[in-house]
Design a protein around this ligand. Sequence first.
Ligand code: SAH
Length: 377
Amino acid sequence: MPAAKGPGSPPPAGAPAAPPAVTALSPAALAALLGGLGEPPFRARQVRRAVFRRSAATFAEMTDLPGPLRERLPSSLRTVTSSEEAVQRSRDGTVKLLLRMEDGSRVEAVLIPEGGRTTLCVSTEVGCPVRCAFCASGLEGLLRPLRAHEIVEQVLHARRRLAADADAGGGGPREVTNLVLMGMGEPLLNYDAVAEALRALRDPEGVGLGARRITLSTVGIVEGMDRLAAEGHPINLAVSLHAPDDATRSRIVPLNARYGVVRVVEASRRYARATRRDVTFEYVLLAGVNDSPAQAELLAGHAAGAHLNVNLIPFNRVEGIPFEPPSADSLDRFVAVLRKRGVVVHVRRRRGEDIDAACGQLRLKAERRRPGPGAGA
Ligand code: SAH
């Protein structure tokens, strides 16, 4: 695993440290900081609401604060720690943001408008330690986990991007309605930061997204799944099963050696029972690897029961990764077997194909364009 070091250069010796960000402070720490500036306790609530609810990027736009305070705050506080570095727009409306963290590392967040919903997909780690055989995010391994506020800030940037695009006359959606933790990284290997981010995301005084509108996607970290249910985060769960038997799954998901198919399926059923939320088995179809009718039969057995369903994802090609998507015929056959067995199955439409929408691809290209320490060939 490479050292957790970002490509950004350290500030010169003696340079003043950047002030703390509202997103990175607890409500009590923010109140204490503002109290030190002679402000009453309710200011903290005003500032938090401006940053988390209204996604304010600057203090100047917090017009509910007194003018002199708005001018003073930037020397003591920042709104966020990350910035938008690049935006890619697909013809189908998908918008991909490349965000730059304070230490120079980059993560992706993707906005996917569909019907009346706009789903945002956020990252939970820079890179990923899991190294699934078909996934671009794992190619470089884990660079570092994200901190809770860096996960939350992706939502704030996305909301601002939507509002700016709508104001510019794009006619697109204005609000993030649904959130999926399905970008780069394995969220349940960064449990504490993810749980803290979930609290801020669900907090009605914070970002204010309901648990039913949030889905976390995991490769199947069994302890993390149990903990999530036990600690009262009743969000939807997506579990990356990808194969119905250990021999096939071990070929494409290295963590299968630790959490085999049966344990992952049992943990999924426990989660569905405990939370009464939907558990979706994700299944990336790879031609000739996991797309046979016999494998569909086995998968149907795992997915039988209440609150369980299957999401089939035709492989999204990644440069340098030697898999192929299934033929239309084998996809149809696979779906037919599952439906015949009564399984609720969706086939994920490909989105943003013209903009490197597969997990980890945009970041990978940005890194490859930028020779220097850590940049791959
Ligand atoms: N680590 C988590 C979340 C990130 S990956 C997990 O494993 O679930 C989100 C989903 O995208 C996973 O189901 C993953 O297997 C899938 N995925 C990754 N690369 C893909 C590709 N090239 N084509 C299709 N799906 C892919």
